[in-house]
Design a protein around this ligand. Structure first.
Ligand SMILES: Cc1cc2nc3c(=O)[nH]c(=O)nc-3n(C[C@H](O)[C@H](O)[C@H](O)COP(=O)(O)OP(=O)(O)OC[C@H]3O[C@@H](n4cnc5c(N)ncnc54)[C@H](O)[C@@H]3O)c2cc1C
Length: 450
């Protein structure tokens, strides 16, 4: 049997970055993906990523053929498409839409250059267990149907939305499944427009039940005359398929008339706080497999890269100390959950607010400017919705007629703060996890804004 320090399942953005960091830390690292090598990185995605994630991780910015467009602003539209919120001049919003395949290939090449041993066409099927401890993986080489296995000190599940090992290890620390309402089902096309965009650096986001119930439609520039357009709706509500909503949107949104479709496809992304523990004995989860995604917009490339860097460093320490139990890997939980994780978790509350308010309330909120661009940016940074007393007074004046909506906003602001505080106080030992998780579930259960 082959042996490695670390086996990473999945060479998406999270897996490639984790594997690279493990290898840079001196660990013998094997990376497996079921796809052929030339398709690594290909993914149905909105393709947008903020520069801030690269600044935080030290990963090189996308360049040359990895970039489709530079992005420096967004227009957010309410359901009636009037009174849009124009977000401009926020450095933390700056970034790119990337050429997903080329970007993914670069992350993989970086990993291989740092010493990672990569095997394509390898479908991982099962964990190898010694009692509760994961000690390797079984996989099938799809090129010759051979059944193989690798033993390792640590297994990293970076298999994306499916989180293939979450349901295969029987351990109370790991949440095997997630609710349908916490999944966004998406359909998107890449389209060549009939005429150039007026503002090719500005992304558009459209809220409301008409095109995207409990979700949103997006138009992200991919060049002067090309866009990535899609619809994401939250699942489990019997509201129809994202594809049918998408076609309605494309047929009715004038910018998209008479355009040429270059690529199309569907996908799913988790839109919830990260799983309660990112580790169990001998295993860690990263990227979509760990639900490390921004619950408002479903952006997960950056979060997974941030987590991968931390995980590589924690893996090094745990292996050096020969402590590959959940306890030995706990530092990954503490660093991620109390850092970027608290930001993602507090945004779950904001997502629930957006899901619950009616289209009419949303139109009113945009018309009266009950939330401004800086509120959205603060929320996105993890600073919550800081409604100061003076602010509140101004908003109450503007919000007269819909006091109920103001109350919902206030209540969401309070719960976001609570969620953030709870994640910042992530338990330092696994014995505190159950009590902590009960506290989190209590906050989530209060986040009903109907
Ligand atoms: C429609 C849509 C739009 C999105 N838009 C954006 C956006 O604009 N910006 C953003 O940041 N994020 C966006 N996201 C989310 C983003 O795509 C994900 O968060 C990110 O790709 C997750 O990376 P990952 O490495 O965790 O998983 P993935 O990129 O899914 O990689 C998982 C890898 O694991 C491999 N794998 C799976 N199972 C196995 C197995 N059993 N054996 C071996 N290999 C396996 C797969 O082949 C794949 O290569 C979007 C998602 C969707 C669906």
């Amino acid at each position: 049997m082959k042996r490695a320090d670390v086996v990473v399942i999945g060479a998406g953005s999270a897996g490639s970055v984790t594997a690279r960091r493990c290898s840079e830390m001196g660990l013998k690292t094997v990376l497996l993906d079921r796809k052929p090598r030339f398709l690594i990185g290909q993914k149905v995605c909105g393709d947008e990523i903020s520069r801030s994630h690269f600044d935080a991780t030290g990963i090189d910015y996308p360049q040359y053929d990895e970039i489709s467009s530079s992005i420096s602003g967004a227009d957010v539209y309410p359901p009636n498409l009037e009174n849009e919120l124009r977000v401009r001049g926020w450095a933390e919003f700056d970034g790119w839409t990337v050429h997903r395949l080329n970007f993914g290939q670069r992350l993989l090449n970086d990993a291989m250059r740092s010493g990672v041993e990569f095997h394509s066409d390898c479908h991982v099927t099962r964990p190898i267990m010694r009692g509760e401890q994961v000690v390797g993986v079984e996989y099938k080489d799809l090129s010759n149907k051979e059944e193989l296995s690798i033993s390792s000190k640590l297994v990293v599940d970076a298999s994306g939305f499916a989180g293939v090992f979450r349901s295969k290890i029987d351990n109370d620390l790991i949440e095997a499944s997630i609710e349908k309402e916490d999944v966004a089902l998406c359909y998107r096309e890449i389209i060549r427009l009939k005429s150039p965009l007026a503002e090719p650096e500005v992304a558009r986001v459209l809220l409301g039940g008409k095109y995207a119930p409990s979700g949103y439609a997006w138009v992200f520039p991919k060049g002067e005359q090309e866009v990535n357009v899609g619809v994401g709706i939250t699942g489990g509500q019997g509201k129809g398929s994202p594809k049918s909503y998408y076609f309605k949107f494309r047929d009715e949104y004038p910018l998209l008339f008479d355009s040429e479709v270059l690529d199309s496809g569907g996908g799913a992304v988790p839109v919830r706080r990260p799983i309660k523990s990112l580790v169990a004995d001998g295993i860690a989860f990263v990227g979509d497999a760990a639900l490390q995604v921004n619950p408002i917009h479903g952006g997960g490339i950056g979060a997974g890269m941030r987590a991968g860097i931390i995980l590589g460093e924690v893996a090094k320490r745990a292996i050096a100390r020969r402590e590959l139990t959940a306890k030995g890997l706990w530092h990954y939980n503490m660093r991620f959950q109390s850092g970027f994780g608290q930001r993602l978790a507090s945004l779950e509350i904001f997502k629930r607010l957006l899901q619950d308010v009616t289209d009419e309330e949303m139109d009113f909120g945009f018309e009266k400017r009950l939330l401004e661009a800086d509120d959205l940016m603060a929320a996105n940074r993890g600073d919550g919705l800081s409604l100061s007393p003076l602010d509140k007074l101004k908003r109450v004046k503007r919000g007269i007629g819909k006091i109920g909506l103001l109350r919902k906003l206030q209540s969401a602001a309070t719960l976001m703060k609570k969620m953030s505080a709870a994640y910042k106080n992530y338990p330092s030992h696994l014995s505190g996890l159950d009590e902590w998780n009960n506290q989190i579930l209590e906050i989530v259960n209060q986040a009903v804004f109907r």
